[in-house]
Design a protein around this ligand. Structure first.
Ligand SMILES: C[S@@+](CC[C@H](N)C(=O)[O-])C[C@H]1O[C@@H](n2cnc3c(N)ncnc32)[C@H](O)[C@@H]1O
Length: 507
């Protein structure tokens, strides 16, 4: 790896590279490859907003609505019920979303008597160890055994190869018999984008220079090192746009031309990698799919104008906000549908997009969009939970249980309020305590640990049962905690106390 030393004790790792071809993306791949599951356990890659039961329920309801539209007799995207309906989770990471989604989807299909649909949920990732983690996870086994869940080692930035399903041992051929569903959670903010600026109505291409403090680079290091990511600083420059340097097609060109008219003097990112991925699935599905995508991102013209040069969020790997404004325009220009909420918060944006038909072909989907994302988006839920945490010192058990119900029994949320819940037990009526027991069982059903450390959550469930004098239940949870995290003195003691208190005939 060639580097340049600057006088101010920084090292230039890469100079004036086109944004989408820069060293950034090699570092990204290297980071995810090297860290595997540690990306979420230790390095702090965000995943709460995408991977909680509330978000999963909204995605399930959108998916059901889309399927119902496709199942209509006059549908242009009709479903062949003898063939698989693929749901592709692009860059699925820990698999927590996949678990929560599948659990709710399969229950809903049963209720709707649609259980004969051949659902095949495909977890894709370019990191083998992430797939291995998901495939070995105890919560995934029922889906694997039923043939509903499969895995594909796939790099969505290099779409010249077919997707190969590991468990079914098939290479997917174009075109698939059925429309597909694509899920892209915190994925488009991870893959390459292009930087542009409009000056005098003409497009300029953005270049990035990356540097790190000298101490961050070890003398002996000859290869690129993802540990640099957390020390990166970036500067930008612009050069005349040469179309040959970019991934292009007529839909992308149309959006860029529109931007030249609208955004004079404004630097903006363009989600080239996302468009490339979408183009691949257009071919694979013969232009029939639903996309549900979420990221930090900008949606309105005003937000694009205020955005400025890229801010690179560093968390072991990195992420960069995505222009959902450009993605929606891409879908509109491609004859598809792009739906964004009316008051999008750049913190977390959800796009619903369809290729294959007009709005009138998707009444169930439009209604579901209104009732789900438009009326209460994932970021709204997050804001309410955060506000209760910071602004309500002593919430009652009744209020906490209502909040948990709103979140569709979210284990992370439950654990965040553990102390508050526990403090309420001595003042709660037997009826309230019964509701708490139900809540414990509901959050337990949604629990998908990614680290042995999460045994602490299970132990807390046992403590609540213990405080309510349900010693057998408490023991069950203490033993479950031990089987995830291993023995520790507190658990050993709790288990011993429970065993003393439970009549020996019940043990
Ligand atoms: C930010 S994480 C998101 C994980 C998950 N979707 C979530 O919401 O928590 C990005 C994931 O995409 C994977 N990834 C990044 N670039 C990829 C690519 N080009 N092809 C396939 N997977 C990729 C990474 O390994 C990682 O698991």
């Amino acid at each position: 790896m060639k580097t340049t030393h600057k006088k101010d004790n920084t090292i230039i790792l890469a100079k004036d590279e086109l944004f989408s071809k820069s060293l950034l993306w090699k570092l990204q791949k290297e980071a995810y490859d090297q860290y595997g599951m540690q990306a979420w356990i230790e390095k702090g890659v965000p995943f709460y907003l995408t991977s909680n039961p509330h978000t999963a329920r909204e995605y399930v309801n959108m998916t059901l609505a889309y399927l119902q539209d496709c199942l209509r007799i006059d549908s242009r995207t009709h479903i062949d019920t003898s063939a698989p309906i693929y749901i592709f989770d692009l860059g699925a990471g820990s698999g927590r979303f996949a678990f929560l989604f599948l659990k709710q989807l399969m229950a809903a299909l049963d209720l709707l008597a649609l259980h004969t649909l051949k659902i095949c949920y495909v977890i894709t990732d370019f990191v083998q160890s992430n797939l291995d983690f998901c495939a070995a996870h105890p919560q995934m086994q029922p889906f694997i055994q039923k043939g509903i869940l499969d895995f594909a080692l796939y790099d969505h930035s290099q779409t010249d190869q077919p997707i190969e399903l590991i468990l079914h041992n098939v290479k997917l051929k174009e075109p698939l018999k059925n429309p597909a569903i694509l899920i892209a959670n915190y994925f488009f903010d991870t893959i390459p984008q292009d930087l542009f600026k409009v000056v005098d109505g003409k497009l300029l291409a953005g270049k990035i220079t990356l540097s790190v403090p000298k101490e961050a680079v070890s003398e002996s290091h000859t290869e690129i090192d993802p540990a640099w990511i957390n020390h990166l600083s970036a500067s930008y420059d612009y050069t005349p746009y040469n179309p040959k340097d970019f991934y292009r097609n007529s839909n992308i060109d149309t959006v860029l031309n529109e931007y030249c008219q609208k955004f004079e003097g404004v630097p903006f990112l363009f989600p080239t990698g996302s468009c490339q991925t979408i183009e691949y699935f257009r071919k694979l599905t013969n232009n029939r799919f639903l996309l549900l995508a979420s990221d930090q991102g900008v949606c309105t013209e005003e937000q694009v104008r205020e955005w400025g040069e890229p801010h690179i969020a560093l968390h072991g790997s990195f992420s960069i906000a995505v222009s959902y404004h450009a993605l929606k325009s891409y879908f509109d220009n491609a004859g598809g549908i792009g739906l964004l909420t009316k008051q999008p918060d750049p913190l977390f944006v959800v796009l619903t997009a369809v290729i294959g038909g007009k709005k009138t072909d998707y009444p169930h989907l439009l209604l579901a969009f209104k009732n789900e994302f438009e009326s209460f988006e994932p970021s709204d839920y997050w804001k309410i939970v955060s506000a209760v945490q910071t602004e309500t010192p002593n919430p009652t058990l009744q209020h906490l249980l209502a909040l948990l119900k709103l979140g569709n029994w979210d284990p992370v949320n439950f654990n965040a309020f553990f102390d508050a819940i526990r403090s309420q037990i001595p003042h709660s009526s037997p009826a309230m305590q019964r509701q708490l027991c139900d809540a414990i069982e509901n959050v337990w059903e949604n629990f998908y640990p990614v680290s042995p450390e999460e045994g602490g959550f299970i132990m807390n469930l046992g403590v609540l049962y213990f405080d309510m004098r349900h010693f057998e239940k408490a023991l069950t949870y203490f033993e479950r905690a031990e089987s995830l995290s291993g023995k520790n003195p507190a658990l050993t003691q709790n288990i011993a106390v429970c065993k003393q208190l439970i009549p020996s005939s019940s043990l």
